[in-house]
Ligand binder design. Sequence first.
Ligand SMILES: [Zn+2]
Length: 468
Amino acid sequence: MRYTSFVNIDRTPRNGTFTTCTNPGLQLALFFALTVTVLVFALTPRLAQGQITAIRAGHLIDPATGTAATNQIILVERDPERGTSEILEIGGDVVIPDGATVIDLSDQWVLPGLVDAHDHLGITYKEDPESWYYYFTVIMDSTPLRAIQSMSTGFQKLASGFTIVRDLGNNGLYADTALRQAIEMGWVPGPTMINSGIIIGAFGGQFHEIPEREDTVYPEYLNADTNDEIVKAIRRNIHYGAKVIKVCVDCQAYPYTVDQLKLFVSEAANAGQKVSGHVQTREGARRAIEAGLWSIDHDGALDPELHTLMAEKGIWRVGTETPQADWGRGMSDARYERRTTMMKDAFDQGVMMAFSTDADYYIEGMNRGELTIEFIKSWIDSGIPNAEILKIMTTNGYLISETEDTRGPIRVGFAADIIATAENPLDDINALRNVRFVMKDGMVFKQNGVVASLGFFNNGPRYGWRKR
Ligand SMILES: [Zn+2]
């Protein structure tokens, strides 16, 4: 209720109360009254307002250190007026307040939420009818339909424990922004979204168009060939709700130059944003590294020499490493061997690595969350230790998403995105295939392996409207 009152105070001058008052004594009295009112609201104990949940964690994992503490209590507050959450206390002897909801995870392994650093929630291409070619998906599916699909895929990923997703384009005309806003307004549940808006690329994007219909590249890609067009494309994306800029570095025979990529970086930085680069050639990767992009997405072009440069410059490796699996669409042993060998090389050289999938297609028998977690197979096959894989999927995920100071780690003062598994993922990362519990922003989304989320759906812009 206090927030409603703030709104009323804010509106008072517009109603004319202050603007028509010319008596200095009365003005002073009103000023003091306002100050006291604001202070009372600011100092009102949070506990009086929020909903408190106490989680009994049999084992509480800190992925940053690869350690687990036993028998911990995590006290979480959910603010129903703002849709926010805060971890209030963590410890072995935390006093559980009267009226708190107690969740017993004393037989489980509790850990922070997972991060997929590269997916496209508003697209799911498939064999029938597109022959695995998303150019046809783009032509056949409208942005409204894809926005609904993105809600569904986000929901499925959250059910598998993914509480943050970097959604890097291929979402029609800003279906990604729409989903982020809907989640933030409390209409639907979903992961925290770091979305890119439309992918910016040189003429043709990632498509092979025909001259008769060359504009079909839009809105899947924004053509930007000159410096002016690059600046305009970045500003347009940011205006329409992008939180990271996605560039197709070398999708055509005329890749961006180092100077152009530097322009991407500086123009994005002007709005406090980073640049994520789709890279598919070695020269493209070299240029992206020299220009100082935030992340290089896709692993195909990377090799030990480039890894050395990435480690030196602190550039993220977002490999989107598809595993060799029964459901795969054919990957040679040699290609997979190279993939896992390069992952291990990057790890050994100290390259900053993020878990990422690009899992934007349909595999029969699996939902999007189940498909996403399948990608741990590549990490296991690369020989990277379990605890390090978990750190990459959590701690590193918060860093690349730039939420590390507000959301991710289970730490006092942070938002409460918490998951739990039946087995210990530090011993066997496959434990993440069976996420039994998911809390998103202090609300239980999944418990005992069952998603029960009606409380996440609100009939209105409850936590604010027109969020940008
Ligand atoms: Zn992608």
